[in-house]
Structure formats: C-alpha cells, structure tokens
Design a protein around this ligand. Structure first.
Ligand code: ZN
Length: 146
C-alpha cells in the first residue's frame, strides 16, 4: 500500500467519524462529566463517562463536541476504544495514543480507528485537537484512574 493510499484511507475513516459520530446518546446523573476547551482551535467538548467502580469497567461514554474534524473524529474513535475496558487497558490505550501523536513508538493494535490520526504528528498544533477527548477522559476519571 502506498503512502498516498494509506493517507486516503485514513482521511475517509476520519470523515466517517465526523459524519457519523459514534456513541451519541443521552446521559443521566450516573455519568460523570467534564467540560474542556481547546482555545487555539476553538474546539469544545463535554465528555460523559459511566464507570462501574466495583467491576472496574467503563460501561459507557457519550459527549457533546463542536470543533474541527480532528477533534470531533478523535472523540468518536476514543468512545469506541474505551467502552468496555478496565483502567489498565485504558491507560495502555491512552499512553499509546499520546505516543503516536507525539511521534514516539506505539502499538497500533491497541488503537483501532484512531491510527487514522497518525498523520497529524506532522502538524503539531493539531495534536491538541486530537488529544482533547483523552485529556477530558483522564480529568473525569482523575479521582479513580491514576
Ligand atoms: Zn481542533
């Protein structure tokens, strides 16, 4: 597969998540939430996480997001990746994602559709767009998920 083909496929995955964002639904009081803004781009995100502490599993994630395609698609991809996972699995995913967007070694097996964002490593200002969802997730979980 040529570099161009891979770029094209990644762009299609990103646009699919922008047009058909995953896991958009109503939250309730059982969800914990946080609001984050990325001032350099104007992205705004409210993330809702339903975490089952007893069984150590993220049961659900939903969100309200407005902003650029990188931010919106990344949050959608993240929701798919993290639902159903425990804290250790999620830590590995977030570490690998952060490594990918900062140009370090990462395990792409863990990242699902989120590998389509790897091209943004060449555009440093967009890294903040891609990581906003993950930052919000860590913030929501901060009293439970070190
Ligand atoms: Zn953005």
């Amino acid at each position: 597969m040529s570099y161009f083909d891979e770029e094209q496929i990644h762009r299609e995955i990103i646009m699919d998540h922008v047009k058909n964002p995953r896991n958009i639904k109503k939250s309730n009081d059982d969800y914990k939430s946080t609001y984050l803004k990325n001032p350099s781009c104007g992205d705004e995100l409210t993330l809702y996480v339903l975490y089952d502490e007893e069984n150590d599993i993220v049961k659900d994630i939903t969100y309200k997001v407005s902003g650029c395609s990188i931010c919106c698609s990344s949050v959608s991809m993240m929701s798919e990746l993290l639902i159903g996972k425990n804290k250790n699995q999620i830590k590995a995913i977030i570490d690998n994602f952060n490594n990918m967007v900062t140009g370090s070694d990462y395990n792409q097996e863990l990242l699902g559709d989120a590998i389509s964002l790897k091209g943004i490593v060449i555009v440093p200002p967009r890294i903040k767009c891609a990581t906003l969802g993950y930052k919000a997730f860590v913030e929501v979980m901060s009293d439970k998920c070190e």
